[in-house]
Design a protein around this ligand. Sequence first.
Ligand code: NI
Length: 227
Amino acid sequence: MLTCIPEVLTKAQVAHCREVMRQAEWEDGRVTAGTVAAAVKNNFQLPQTSKLAAELGDIVMDALSSSPLFVSAALPLRILPPMFNRYGVGQTFGVHVDNAIRSVPGTPVRIRTDLSATLFLAEPDEYDGGDLVIETSYGGHEIKLPAGDLVLYPATSLHCVTPITRGERVGSFFWIQSMIRDDGQRAILYDLDQTIQDLQAERGAEDASAVRLSGIYHNLIRQWAET
Ligand code: NI
């Protein structure tokens, strides 16, 4: 399942992140890539352990936890602290798959990457190229979203960022271990949750069918969730 989540950050939050990023020291993006991905990765990122990355990461994490759509689609168990990258003209990230396991820096915590997320921090008209292309069973999807919007996709997908031909693409990226490991099961739960919300909007939260469906939703989570 590929889910676009609009307005995770407000334009004011985006502007603040951009301002902080302008003052930051950047490092070669290859330092956090696995061997295969490093061969096709050409960008810059904020050092994972830098104070600025942590400060910006907190803004993103707060926004995620208050986004009902993100929580519904990801059903997160653990989220790797968000990282930040920038691509200038000629830079790109060739086709790759993300590492299955990632360590939270400075801790013994490891997460299984069920979902990958990209949060766009530049407006689409600021740069040419730089599409996130995600291969799915229905073909390739080219994603370029307004600043502040996020795309969530299965970390099992082959994906790439096409070369930048004008301007600069900045963004945040991170991984999520979901309570629901299986993408198909997670998609069913997302669909069910959205249907319940539509029903409640139409008939009120007390509607008997919506309450029963909500019970089914939680029972499926009991069946499937890892906590
Ligand atoms: Ni990737």
